[in-house]
Design a protein around this ligand. Structure first.
Ligand code: AMP
Length: 632
């Protein structure tokens, strides 16, 4: 049952919105106070803390120097390269100033974009912080994305500077990054950006383009003593763009503000994550995803915590590595994903008890549905409560979660508990838009204004922001999460999957349309349908049904067992291995309605061994039969 204290705080956050958030805003530094807590004169655009001047880097670093200069701010552990580095707040301040000096030297100023395509190295975090220090806008692109995905993001963000590294490393294997950036820049039509390359000594002898490419270490040496003052920006000023997938092939640049984000994160560290300043905090995500932005970088640093940046797998050198880190750094709060736990669950469970985990108070899991066996296994294995968080790239912090820093309410398995304070939620009927009652399935919606921390718009496209998120119900602009949900009599929410064509692979969001376009880059594929199919480890995996142009060539390639791998490679080249279909089935037609709409839900049902549902509108029933046969 939602407890009294929680209910009171939640109600206050909605009914007395201004006073609630004005109080929360005291958690951060304002160089100039805001004039208005919320300006909602242009719905659905919410302008939080209007008129206030602040800076994210100041709040994450400078503000702590008086009291925590010698405390570790960032601990970097790489089990790929065997390196460990610790940076105190004073050292982090120095590194970020050096990099801010480097960026200024390359012409970066307020509002300019800096694209970061880097592995999990401290320099990636320095780059994020140096960018926002200058009032510039960063866009981190996950290092696993391939050249054309990167090019699409470069074209949209039009960065002045791009930071990369010679290579990343995974399972001991070097994965060059710089060549992918070089390729992306040849594909891109954005004006040429300056490039800073961090040479990790992993992939030597890469060509540098004179005048464009700069060596990180050399530039750093030139800016050793740089002191770059923070640029104070208005609260609504964009801090970053983070691209995410939707139903079209074109990714959306989620734009985040400055002041609202800092306040939301600062409050969440106490109310949700129970993290005290000075505590060590370990988030296992990647800086390329929203969880990494919020809970590897900004929230723990704004909170004065020590954040751990881990480059490597949870199972190397052995499946005890994460728990060893918890022991060694006395981690009090940990944040991971259900898929990572399912990977560990395949290992010897005794790894969970070999280290002293007495410092750890909570494990938070987010990004995908948390199944009961996984939750039970880890909670009993490590002996701490497991808290399921539901949120999206768009919101930047949880929509649904237990909030033990407010009240330690009992948790129900399979439920991410209740609405986070600040979020007014409704479950709406998909057709009528009516708000539904207990135990009725509908679309989870946020009644605007969206709380601080949520996206302010789509980068460069206010219209698309409104038409994508606020136009599901005509004349009634509520934010649609595109997730099905129910709420039980006691107020617990349950998330039942996406309403759109977005799939969730190992906690990573992919648009089926993007993968279809990548499959179609193969010269022998005319058309394609990609669906998400349930998978015991990754939650979902993409499976492709591809319509071939030349049956003979396919038959021949299939006899050699080559064609599926060829198509998978086309996707690797286009998106990256994260988008690779687990299976590619070849067909000569796809099931569509008479108006030409792909019957994706029916295909998905068949692929999962379920009933394909209502087929009265199907144009050609034999196409469905082919899918059945392809699946065997
Ligand atoms: P992303 O923007 O990549 O974080 O993906 C957001 C989507 O992941 C949501 O719309 C949900 O479909 C799914 N998701 C995230 N967290 C959870 C959770 N705790 N339970 C169920 N689904 C989740």
């Amino acid at each position: 049952m939602a407890g009294e204290r929680y209910a009171q705080v939640h109600a206050q956050s909605i009914e007395e919105r201004s006073s609630f958030w004005a109080e929360q805003a005291r958690r951060i530094h304002w160089e100039r106070p805001f004039e208005q807590v919320l300006d909602y004169s242009r719905p659905p655009f919410a302008h939080w803390f209007k008129g206030g001047l602040t800076n994210l880097a100041y709040n994450a670093i400078d503000r702590h120097l008086a009291t925590r200069a010698d405390q570790d701010a960032l601990v970097y552990v790489s089990t790929e390269t065997g390196q460990t580095h610790r940076y105190t707040y004073a050292q982090l301040y120095r590194e970020v100033n050096r990099l801010a000096g480097m960026l200024t030297g390359l012409g970066v100023g307020q509002g300019d974009r800096v694209l970061i395509y880097m592995p999990m190295v401290p320099e990636a975090i320095f780059a994020m912080l140096a960018t926002v220090r200058l009032g510039a806008v960063h866009s981190v692109v996950f290092g696993g994305f391939a050249a054309s995905s990167l090019a699409a993001r470069i074209d949209d963000a039009r960065p002045r500077v791009i930071l990369t590294a010679d290579a990343g490393m995974r399972m001991g294997k070097v994965i060059p990054l710089k060549p992918l950036l070089d390729e992306a820049l040849t594909l891109s039509d954005a004006p040429e950006a300056k490039v800073i390359v961090l040479d990790r000594g992993l992939a030597p002898d890469q060509p540098y383009k004179p005048g464009r490419d700069h060596d990180y270490a050399r530039l750093r040496a030139e800016h050793m003593n740089a002191e770059v003052p923070c640029t104070w920006v208005e609260s609504g000023h964009p801090s970053y763009i983070l691209y995410t997938s939707g139903t079209t092939g074109r990714p959306k640049g989620v734009q985040r503000d400055t002041g609202g984000y800092a306040v939301a994160l600062a409050s969440s560290m106490e109310y949700i994550y129970c993290a005290r300043p000075g505590d060590a905090w370990f988030c296992t995500s990647d800086i390329g995803w929203v969880v990494g932005h919020s809970y590897i970088v900004y929230a723990p640093l704004i909170n004065g915590s020590t954040t751990i940046l881990y480059e490597g797998l949870p199972t190397r050198p052995d499946p005890g590595i994460w728990w060893k880190l918890v022991q060694d750094y006395r981690v009090t709060g940990m944040f991971s994903s259900p898929t990572a736990v399912r990977v560990l669950k395949k290992q010897d469970p005794s790894w969970l008890t070999r280290y002293d985990l007495s410092s750890l108070r909570y494990l938070f899991l987010a990004g995908e549905p948390l199944d009961q066996p996984t939750s039970d296994w880890i909670a009993s294995g490590i002996g701490v409560p497991v808290i399921d968080n539901y949120w999206q790239t768009e919101t930047g912090w949880p929509i649904l979660t237990a909030q033990p820093g407010i009240e330690d309410t009992p948790r129900k398995l399979g439920s991410p508990s209740f609405a986070t304070y600040g979020y007014q939620l409704e479950i709406r009927d998909e057709a009528s838009g009516q708000a539904l009652g207990a135990d009725q399935k509908g679309v989870l919606c946020i009644v605007p204004p969206m709380p601080p921390g949520c996206m302010s718009t789509i980068w460069g496209d206010d219209k698309r922001f409104v038409s994508t998120y606020f136009s599901t119900f005509e004349g009634d602009p509520v934010y649609t999460t595109f997730d099905w949900a129910t709420r039980d009599e006691e107020g617990y929410y349950f998330i039942l999957g996406r309403t759109d064509d977005v799939i969730n692979v190992a906690g990573h969001r992919l648009g089926t349309r993007e993968i279809e376009e990548a499959v179609q880059t193969h010269p022998n594929i005319a058309e394609c349908a990609v669906v998400g199919v349930a998978d015991a480890l990754k939650g979902q995996v993409p499976v492709a049904f591809a319509v071939v142009k030349d049956i003979e060539a396919i038959a021949d390639a299939a006899r050699r067992g080559a064609h599926e791998a060829e198509v998978q490679k086309a996707v690797d080249r286009h998106i990256g291995a994260i988008g690779r279909p687990a299976r590619v089935h070849f067909v000569t037609g796809l099931p569509k309605t008479r108006s030409g709409k792909l019957l994706r839900r029916s295909i998905q049902a068949l692929a999962e061994g379920r009933d394909p549902g209502d087929l009265t509108t199907i144009e050609d029933p034999s196409a469905l039969e082919q899918i059945r046969q392809a699946l065997g």
